[in-house]
Write a protein that binds this ligand. Structure first.
Ligand SMILES: Nc1nc2c(ncn2[C@@H]2O[C@H](COP(=O)(O)OP(=O)(O)OP(=O)(O)O)[C@@H](O)[C@H]2O)c(=O)[nH]1
Ligand SMILES: [Mg+2]
Length: 478
């Protein structure tokens, strides 16, 4: 008997086979529409699980009751189709689905590259005039999974190497960063910045600086405001000279620097990182996006405690600057007036919370995301905030304690047999309380995905994917 995973594969293969037939029945390609949808968030925010479940639920159509074009009968068919851009890695939907639907289900592996997948929807336009002119149309949805870390390079673009060194000097004199940077600081102190550079020392400085960033990221504090973004997630640039530099301590620009000095070498590589890595990403990928999902692991930050929450707030503010580029002249000039029209911020993994707390999570995310940003600067983009779970790994439960009833969840903790009743803790309702929340007030067990049966027909259980689709796409079926 074929495994569930194989059956999933088979179903998708069939869908692919059908594409030509459906495409062949199209009266005019002139009316095709393509919408490029970015899905971003920091590592572990849930991008891969989100795209996997969203695409699979679109293909199976069974679990999206709030997506009006589908329930209203406008949509005739949904299928995978070959992407237009042959140079971008294809999102590995089938592999991720096989992980989720294996006999012992597991979460997909962490990804470090930008990738893309195209879903094509055949629909009947809802406007009378277009309906009579042309009975069906195709809407191509290109979902692009890209690391939020790459957006964090934004502030570097307006910095000189000197500014960056000064910023590091300030950051590295305080904890928790300082103790993660001891090796790099030690090597840096041994280097004569105006002396002739040695490539091995430059490599050591770059490696130690990268190690410092990774220690910040993976520490109990889960720091997230870390640059350069490619040091953390290099994508296909791992090991390249463009990523071999670091800031210098006590940096002061001097006239007539030796061109082979550490100061000049580091400064030149910093500038080329901006020009050859950061700018092309914004030009070639970011500038082509029409709509955007931003996933935020707010629960993970809350669990890690106050400094992580504070750091996430700053990071989110940085990410949001990319969507209000008015202040960033270099970015505005790349976008050539093009704007993201819909922006959906979602706190992920909401299934770890009882239902009565999911609303609190949404309102925390919205005040969190708005605390620094001026919404008027989104310039016409529609913005929404929500809490969602791309894969629902829990069921609702109740706990009785001291005569009181509390909502809880039931799920299977990774590595344990059988299911447990879980109560992660009470979320604060207010942003000020959230900022003072201590690690330990809130714990989130790592759960295994649910055991999915007949996933090929029934889709994947989730919370809020249909609401997200409705917001992002309901106006696209004209
Ligand atoms: N309970 C639950 N856990 C989730 C959900 N989505 C993601 N997770 C957990 O979060 C982890 C990270 O999810 P990914 O989708 O791999 O995150 P990502 O943003 O793609 O991460 P990178 O590829 O490392 O950048 C998973 O391994 C799961 O443990 C969800 O909807 N519910
Ligand atoms: Mg991923």
């Amino acid at each position: 008997m074929p495994s569930v995973g194989r059956r999933t594969f088979y179903a998708i293969d069939k869908l692919i086979d059908n594409i030509e037939t459906v495409a062949g029945s199209l009266t005019s390609a002139f009316h095709d529409q393509t919408i490029k949808i970015g899905v971003t968030g920091l590592a572990g925010a849930g991008k891969t699980v989100f795209i996997t479940s969203l695409v699979h639920n679109l293909l199976t159509k069974q679990r999206l009751p709030l997506f009006s074009p589908l329930v209203g009968g406008q949509i005739e068919a949904i299928m995978l189709s070959p992407q237009n851009d042959q140079t971008i890695p294809r999102f590995a939907l089938e592999r991720h689905l096989d992980d989720l639907t294996a006999k012992n289900p597991g979460w997909p592996e962490s990804t470090s590259q930008l990738s893309q997948i195209r879903v094509t929807i055949k629909y009947r336009p809802n406007q009378l005039v277009t309906r009579t002119l042309n009975s069906t149309r195709l809407l191509h949805l290109d979902f692009v999974d890209y690391p939020g870390e790459w957006l964090l390079d934004l502030p570097l673009m307006d910095m000189t190497f000197e500014d960056w060194c000064q910023q590091n000097q300030q950051l590295l004199t305080s904890e928790p960063r300082q103790s993660y940077a001891t090796d790099w600081i030690k090597t840096c102190r041994q280097v004569n910045a105006s002396g002739r550079f040695d490539e091995r020392t430059v490599e050591r400085l770059a490696a130690q600086y990268r190690d410092f960033l990774l220690r910040c990221k993976n520490s109990e504090h889960r720091l997230s405001n870390l640059q350069p973004g490619r040091f953390i997630l290099p994508g296909d640039m791992a090991g390249s000279p463009a990523l071999t530099f670091s800031p210098l301590l006590d940096f002061q620009k001097q006239k007539g620097d030796d061109v082979w000095s550490y100061r000049r070498i580091m400064s030149d590589r910093f500038e080329s990182y901006k020009k050859k890595v950061v700018k092309p990403f914004f030009k070639e990928h970011f500038a082509s996006l029409d709509r955007q999902f931003v996933l935020v692991d707010l629960l993970g930050a809350i669990e890690a405690g106050r400094s992580s929450v504070q750091e996430l707030e700053e990071t989110l503010d940085l990410v949001m600057q990319a969507y209000r580029p008015g202040k960033l002249s270099w970015l505005s000039s790349l976008l050539l007036g093009k704007r993201i029209s819909h922006l959906y911020f979602a706190a992920s993994k909401a299934d770890l919370l009882p239902r009565d707390q999911q609303k609190k999570l949404t309102s925390l995310l919205s005040s969190f995301a708005r605390s620094k940003g001026d919404r008027s600067l989104y310039l016409g983009a529609q913005v929404a905030y929500s809490a969602l779970a791309a894969v629902r790994a829990t069921e609702a439960a109740e706990i009785q304690q001291n005569g009181e009833t509390y909502e809880a969840v039931i799920g299977q903790i990774k590595g344990e047999e059988g299911k447990s009743v879980l109560f992660p803790g009470d979320l604060p309702t207010d942003l000020r309380d959230l900022r003072n929340f201590e690690a330990g007030d809130f714990t989130l067990p790592k759960l295994t995905p649910p055991k999915l049966t007949a996933v090929d027909q029934n889709g994947i259980p989730h919370i809020g994917l249909d609401r997200a689709l409705e917001f992002l796409l309901k106006d696209a079926f004209l």
